[in-house]
Design a protein around this ligand. Structure first.
Ligand code: C5P
Length: 399
């Protein structure tokens, strides 16, 4: 069920006695860490109250297509785009018929038409209704449109009949939902990424820093989220908003970054050191603004900062640790030396002398080096490159 962490699930509920089981399904999804939004048809509200489902999901329940208040919160198209999956449980015979005919006469059918997310139906109805030629025809046509059916199960029904038409048990639907996400390469993994520059204060108004924009680290975070991971960025000062679904911790100095990294390092499966951490910091932080005085020169004593990625990689239960080597000369040689001196599992060598692959660029090229492998990722956008890097990391981690 770990695979449901952070997943966005729309649980559609239609009118049937099995609707009471949707409350338990909501609890399973929530306790697995999913974000659940409930959409009920009018008939469903006759079987279970929206208040119950609101309390269990922690979100407002959506019931109407033409509700200005709900549209102001999260409009129906936004909701359709938001979902990673739409599960309709229970799905009634009427709902199957409306979905098959392409109707959009309530919120749930409209969402199903508007979404790109996978659609799954867990049917529940009387056995004769399930066996009817109409329902069986709808089933076939919906399956041809890549809509998945889970169940129904056979057995005793609320009406006293025995036969196919029982909704699958909530735990089985929750497990099947988790399985749907199992092909995501980083499902169930926790990824922590350092990004951006650090600022090393000289006095209350001045600092030493570098040109790192944070773009690469934030792009990797986005790619890791898309691969199904739970992601945290520990970031120095940058001008990029925190990506959706990522936990962002803002820091300034290398010392603060190290402290934030170590807070929950034991939860981390993959650590990616993408930050351009300042190598040195002023030996003394002046309490007051330093005055220029009359001397033509000024000397600032610097001391080494802690090496964050090496500190992580030195732990006995270290996560899979990835570093970056930003170099202006002898790129691969320096990168290989860092792979071994910092005890990394993988290093991404980055030529920062080239304007197209440098600190502030939107594009990049990387050479990925591990103990027994070397692969070049050609020049492309940082977004695409981050996806390739994440795919490479997932392959090594899942090997
Ligand atoms: O030694 P160098 O700074 O070239 O190493 C770069 C790699 O080490 C990057 O992954 C960077 O994030 C990490 N690093 C670090 N802490 C430092 C210096 C570098 O985590 N103090």
């Amino acid at each position: 069920m770990q695979r449901l962490t952070n997943k966005r699930i729309i649980l559609g509920i239609t009118g049937g006695i099995a609707a009471y089981k949707s409350a338990e399904l909501t609890r399973f999804y929530k306790s697995a860490g999913a974000d659940v939004r409930i959409v009920m048809t009018h008939a469903a509200t006759q079987f279970i109250t929206s208040l119950t489902l609101q309390a269990l999901s922690g979100n407002t329940v959506h019931t109407s297509l033409l509700d200005p208040e709900a549209e102001a919160g999260m409009g129906h198209i936004e909701l359709a785009r938001w979902a990673d999956i739409i599960v309709i449980a229970p799905a009634s015979a009427d709902f199957m018929a409306r979905l098959e005919s392409g109707m959009a006469n309530d919120l749930l059918t409209t969402l199903c038409l508007a979404t790109d997310a996978p659609l799954v139906l867990a049917p529940a109805m009387n056995q004769a209704m399930w066996r009817s030629a109409h329902t069986q025809k709808n089933l076939k046509l919906l399956e041809q449109r890549d809509i998945t059916f889970w169940g129904p199960a056979s057995g005793e029904q609320a009406c006293g009949d025995v036969g196919p038409g029982r909704m699958l048990e909530p735990i089985d639907i929750a497990l099947l939902t988790a399985q749907r996400f199992s092909n995501l390469s980083l499902s169930g993994k926790t990824v922590h990424i350092t990004a951006g520059p650090t600022r090393e204060a000289i006095d209350p108004v001045r600092y030493i820093s570098n040109h790192s924009s944070g773009k690469m680290g934030y792009a990797i975070a986005q790619a890791a989220i898309e691969a199904g991971a739970k992601v945290k960025i520990i970031s120095g000062p940058v001008n990029i908003p925190c990506p959706d679904r990522v936990d962002c911790v803002q820091v300034e100095s290398a010392d603060q970054m190290l402290a934030a990294v170590l807070t929950d390092i034991d939860e981390c499966d993959i650590f990616i050191g993408c930050a351009a951490v300042a190598d040195f910091k002023p030996a003394v932080l002046a309490d007051n603004k330093l005055k220029k005085g009359t001397s033509a020169t000024m000397t600032l004593e610097l001391v080494k900062n802690p090496d964050i990625v090496a500190t992580v990689a030195a732990r006995s239960n270290k996560p899979f640790t990835v570093g970056f080597a930003a170099e202006t000369q002898n790129l691969l040689e320096h990168a290989r030396a860092k792979l071994s001196s910092k005890n990394l599992d993988l290093i991404a060598a980055n030529d920062v002398a080239n304007a197209e692959t440098g600190f502030n660029a939107d594009s990049n090229a990387l050479t990925l080096i591990s103990a027994d492998d070397q692969q070049h990722l050609a020049l492309t956008s940082k977004t695409k490159l981050a996806q390739q890097l994440v795919a490479h990391i997932a392959e090594l981690v899942n090997r």
